[in-house]
Write a protein that binds this ligand. Structure first.
Ligand code: ATR
Length: 274
């Protein structure tokens, strides 16, 4: 049986759940994989990636802070990577010099979110204007929501983000000034790192209601709520953290490498309490 040589690169990497997730996928799909976490410093990234693939590696997941640099190392890129300029998955044919870069983050989010809330024709507010926000916008736009609204603590970062989508029709549906937006907001997605070191608070009031669905791209490793969800429950009982996105983005990477889409019904306790 072919053994797939896989891994995840980042710095730090100790916290990564990817090895456990992919080993579960392998068990489930009856494939043999060797999936290792690699802590790689930025200055060693190019040579690490090149050596990994030239010595027979099949695929790598990429996490912070290497997503942008990996999109540049690749010899070919997917349409989403071309737009967002970042990649979370690399693939190469055995011992080839050609490296293909993909980003499965946005579609991983969509696969999870659409099981929990209706995206088509919804007004979707994204909080944040950094790399995480950028990486999900094309996939959200593909679902044809009514509007994509952007808000960010530093207002000056919103317009440059929208300009990245200038040549795409989705630019028309992105609203950068929500001050006068009167329609209901159906979904709020937290794409900020606010709350990483304490409680989450938004810098201004938002027009949210009981019907709003709240989704955090961050997740906890247990049943506790993320700081964003602790803030969201003042409005609504409809919410989710990003654990499902984590599983789905991993599944899409696994499919890219092996051609087989694994099942994504995985609980936190399946991973953490191993
Ligand atoms: P990432 O790649 O995770 O998106 P990033 O590009 O550094 O990381 O972006 C972090 C995002 O979190 C930004 O939108 C940032 O807002 P600013 O542009 O105003 O810095 C947002 N963020 C971080 N801490 C925040 C806080 N305490 N309150 C509100 N927004 C915060």
């Amino acid at each position: 049986m072919t053994e797939y040589r896989l891994g995840v690169i980042g710095d730090p990497i100790d916290h990564s759940l990817s090895p456990q997730i992919h080993n579960l996928f392998a068990e489930q799909t009856n494939l043999k994989i060797d999936y290792q976490p690699y802590r790689v410093l930025s200055e060693n990234l190019n040579s690490f990636v090149k050596d990994f693939f030239e010595s027979g590696g099949d695929g790598l997941n990429v996490t912070l802070p290497h997503k942008v640099q990996c999109s540049q190392i690749a010899t070919s890129t997917s349409p989403i990577v071309d737009i967002i300029g970042a990649a979370n998955t690399l693939k190469s044919a055995k011992r080839s010099k050609d490296i293909f870069a993909e980003s499965t983050d946005g579609n991983g989010l969509i696969q999870d979110l659409q099981e929990k809330s209706k995206i088509g024709s919804a007004n979707i507010l994204i909080l944040g204007a950094g790399g995480s926000a950028l990486s999900i916008i094309p996939s959200i736009a593909d679902c044809l929501p009514k509007n994509i609204l952007l808000d960010n603590r530093s207002q000056e970062k919103i317009q440059p983000l929208i300009e990245r989508f200038n040549n795409l029709t989705i630019n028309n549906s992105i609203i950068d000034n929500i001050d006068h937006f009167e329609d209901d907001i159906d979904i709020v997605i937290n794409a900020t790192s606010a709350g990483f070191s304490g409680a989450f608070n938004w810098y201004r009031d938002l027009n949210l209601s009981k019907k709003t669905f709240f989704y955090d791209l961050s997740y906890t490793k247990d049943n506790s709520k993320t700081p964003f969800l602790n803030w969201a429950i003042q409005y609504s009982d409809n919410y989710s953290d990003g654990f499902g996105m984590l599983i789905n983005q991993a599944a899409l990477s696994y499919e890219l490498w092996t051609g087989i889409m694994p099942g994504t019904t995985i609980n936190k306790s399946d991973l953490i309490n191993d």
